[in-house]
Design a binder for this molecule. Structure first.
Ligand SMILES: Cc1cc2nc3c(=O)[nH]c(=O)nc-3n(C[C@H](O)[C@H](O)[C@H](O)COP(=O)(O)OP(=O)(O)OC[C@H]3O[C@@H](n4cnc5c(N)ncnc54)[C@H](O)[C@@H]3O)c2cc1C
Length: 422
């Protein structure tokens, strides 16, 4: 049996391990944390949102980002730094902003997202996983006519590629999620994607890791990988901080935002930059009414925040800040997010039990993840499953499916070319 070492036990690493073990490989997962999903997969927005396929890089992005520079509470904040990687990434991001590139990136994200949503449903049923999931769809809401008009065009494009995101009037939005009737901001309309879902990514990852252990996958927690070992044109193993070498026939790099750091000493630059985001998780009181606090997962597109009900909690998450590998909680950004949530749902003003968190999305300029072998870079045996940016939870199961198809040598369901490292 061939051995595979998966680097990273976030949602992408654990799903990869699961699918590869199902193919009969001898799988080991290495992670520096003491449990699965303790970094970016820990407290994200919870959305399984194929309808969120529009990348940050789109024709409207440049002027928006320019307008927001220097505003501490901006939905998307680019902090100019003396950081060559940030500038290089920024140039690549601008290249992805054309209408043609945006269209092509949306297609790649939707086609992987549709497979991923289906695979997640199959896994959930087969393994009886309960991770506070809700299958009530995702409603995008708009408070600005310009944003709404733009969204209607994007929704049309997504429908063309198979994602059923349909326009809704103000009245229809309120029928789907009655809690928005309480909003003190006027909601002018929305779009609804009935097949999208929500759920707790961390709970899911932990449960799947437990099932993977039962299937024979080994997890080595509390171990940091410091280097990839190479012999000729092949990667043959990894080195840990303890100095130990771990040999493997195949290595899967799923280190999220930290993936580029292991490749840099080998002369390869992965175009992934950390996109910091925040979440605020409200602990809801017993008496919280579903007519006041939403149960349908929502996206407030203008403010770049999402809402997901996770059992007795409401997770509000989003915004983006490009400021390197920094995880400090910026009070201005936390306040802006909570203020917006309370304007939409005034009942939240009485909730003081709020847990704040920040995570680093592994963002590709295109938001299309990298799922391919590094053979062309002289690193045979090293596979990438990384760079899932804003959609790692949505795309995890489909990415793992695609990765395992490619490793096994089976024809994948979709064209794998858009996800190849070039
Ligand atoms: C605020 C916010 C909201 C989001 N909302 C959503 C959403 O609603 N829907 C959605 O689909 N996506 C969402 N995302 C994106 C999603 O969370 C990420 O894309 C996803 O978690 C990335 O998973 P990953 O496994 O690639 O990375 P991670 O979860 O970061 O996993 C990488 C793992 O590698 C380990 N590691 C790193 N370096 C080393 C090393 N040298 N040695 C050993 N281990 C190492 C880390 O400990 C970590 O466990 C959101 C992200 C944020 C920040």
């Amino acid at each position: 049996m061939r051995s595979i070492t998966v680097l990273g036990a976030g949602v992408v690493g654990v799903t990869s391990a699961w699918y590869l073990a199902a193919e009969g490989y001898d799988v080991t997962v290495i992670d520096r944390q003491m449990a699965p999903a303790r970094e970016t997969s820990f407290a994200n927005g919870g959305q399984i949102s194929v309808s969120h396929a529009e990348p940050w890089a789109n024709p409207a992005a440049f002027w928006r980002i320019l307008k927001w520079i220097g505003r501490e509470d901006a939905p998307l904040l680019w902090r100019l730094r003396a950081d060559f990687d940030q500038w290089l990434w920024g140039a690549k991001f601008l290249r992805e902003c054309t209408a043609a590139r945006t269209r092509s990136n949306i297609r790649s994200i939707v086609q992987l997202g549709l497979i991923s949503r289906r695979e997640l449903g199959t896994l959930r049923e087969a393994l009886a996983l309960d991770y506070d999931q809700l299958t009530r769809g995702i409603l995008h809401i708009y408070t600005d006519q310009g944003e709404f008009d733009h969204a209607l065009q994007q929704a049309e494009l997504m429908r063309e590629f198979g994602c059923d995101r349909v326009p809704k009037t103000q009245t229809e939005c309120a029928l789907i999620e009655p809690a928005i009737k309480q909003s003190t901001v006027s909601i002018i309309g929305g779009t609804y994607t009935a097949a999208d879902e929500s759920g707790d990514a961390q709970k899911f990852t932990e449960l799947l890791a437990q099932q993977a252990v039962a299937r024979g996958v080994r997890f080595r927690f509390g171990e940091t990988v410091t280097a990839l070992q190479r012999r000729g044109e092949c990667v043959t193993g990894v080195t840990l901080t303890t100095g130990e070498s771990v040999a493997a026939d195949v290595i899967v790099l799923a280190l999220g935002s930290y993936s580029p750091l292991l490749l840099r000493p080998l002369g390869v630059r992965l175009p992934i930059y950390p996109g910091k985001g925040y979440s605020a998780t409200f602990g809801l009181p017993e008496e919280a009414s579903s007519s006041e606090v939403p149960t349908v997962s929502l996206t407030d597109d203008g403010a770049k925040i999402v809402f997901s009900r996770l059992g007795k909690r409401l997770r509000v998450a989003g915004t983006a800040e490009f400021t390197g590998y920094d995880l400090t909680l910026n009070p201005a950004r936390c306040d802006a997010m909570v203020k917006r949530a309370r304007r939409l749902f005034p009942a939240l003003s009485n909730v003081e039990d709020i847990e704040y968190w920040a995570g680093l999305r592994p963002v590709m300029p295109s938001n299309v993840p990298l799922i391919s072998e590094m053979r062309s870079a002289g690193l045979a045996g090293l596979w990438l499953n990384t760079g899932h940016g804003t959609l790692g939870w949505t795309l995890a199961c489909g990415s793992a499916r695609l990765l395992s198809d490619l490793i096994v040598g089976r024809e994948p369901e979709i064209n794998a070319e858009p996800y190849r490292f070039k």
